[in-house]
Design a protein around this ligand. Structure first.
Ligand SMILES: Nc1ncnc2c1ncn2[C@@H]1O[C@H](COP(=O)(O)OP(=O)(O)OP(=O)(O)O)[C@@H](O)[C@H]1O
Ligand SMILES: [Mg+2]
Length: 255
């Protein structure tokens, strides 16, 4: 059984169809790229899978459970974590708290439960603290654990977001353009971190990325989406030579 099975997904917004009959499946521990021109529907696919949108049509089964219509924190609780194309950190909370709160907030203790320290939260607080410290250490963020994200360079903010997603011990990690806005040294660091995460944990990664250097370094399989439809899915070399893919990217210098 696939870890993630998407079938016939259609997402309509008023007057616009961002996804049309999109199907995709991902096995446990796979690392797959999702590429396609701007506006193709990549982020929309992630938004639907992670519970931000309810799909117009189609089914999504994660680890045996249908997840269409679940709220984002419920999806997170089942083991799907994500990062965002435009970094979304709580900027007025130190890095450590960003990671701590994500575990409580996303995994169903509820924000107020966390703030008012309900019994359920209190019992788990020590475990959350331990896990947060571990992830901070693993991701090389010790020196900035007490800093506010807004005061950090962009590359470190991206790494904090990755650490936050990882701290929930997901089975599936969705990364939306993790290399966007990074300088070339940071891109090399990111490739190493993602590879290390994938090698170290029983985790599948589905990654949207425009930078081919990152995609080619990490992904053994690529799915290509154009105008909301899947137009290719296979080995990177096959996909790059696929006439439909070349046509979709014509005039686009990202491939
Ligand atoms: N909430 C929304 N309401 C209306 N239209 C939307 C919404 N979200 C996305 N869209 C539209 O859906 C289409 C797909 O957008 P999406 O963000 O999924 O593209 P993308 O492939 O991630 O592009 P990019 O590479 O630029 O990030 C676009 O035309 C976008 O304007
Ligand atoms: Mg996008």
């Amino acid at each position: 059984m696939a870890l993630l099975e998407i079938n016939g997904l259609t997402q309509r917004f008023s007057g616009l169809q961002a996804l049309t009959n999109f199907s995709f499946s991902l096995e446990e521990r796979e690392l797959v790229g999702l590429i396609g021109p701007n506006g193709a529907g990549k982020t929309t696919a992630f938004n639907v899978v992670s519970g931000f949108y309810v799909p117009t049509e189609g089914t999504i089964v994660f680890d045996g459970t249908p997840i269409m219509g679940l709220r984002p924190h419920q999806v997170a609780g089942l083991g799907i974590a994500r990062t965002f194309q435009n970094i979304r950190l709580w900027n007025d909370m130190p890095v450590l708290d960003n990671i701590r709160i994500a575990q409580s907030h996303w995994l169903g203790y509820g924000f107020w439960g966390a703030v008012w320290r309900s019994a359920r939260y209190r019992n788990s607080e020590a475990a959350v603290e331990k896990k947060s410290r571990e992830v901070i250490e693993m991701m090389g963020l010790n020196d900035v654990a007490d800093e506010l994200p807004k005061n950090l360079p962009y590359g470190l903010q991206r790494r904090v977001e990755l650490a936050r997603a990882l701290s929930t011990s997901p089975k599936l990690l969705l990364l939306d353009e993790p290399a966007a806005g990074l300088n070339s040294a940071d891109v090399d660091g990111l490739i190493k971190h993602i590879r290390w995460i994938h090698d170290s944990f029983p985790i599948a990664i589905w990654m949207i990325e425009h930078q081919m250097k990152v995609v080619m370094a990490l992904c053994r399989r690529l799915c290509v989406i154009d105008f909301g439809r899947s137009i290719a899915d296979g080995l990177p070399a096959e996909v790059q030579a696929n006439p439909d893919v070349i046509k979709a990217y014509l005039g686009d210098d990202t491939l």
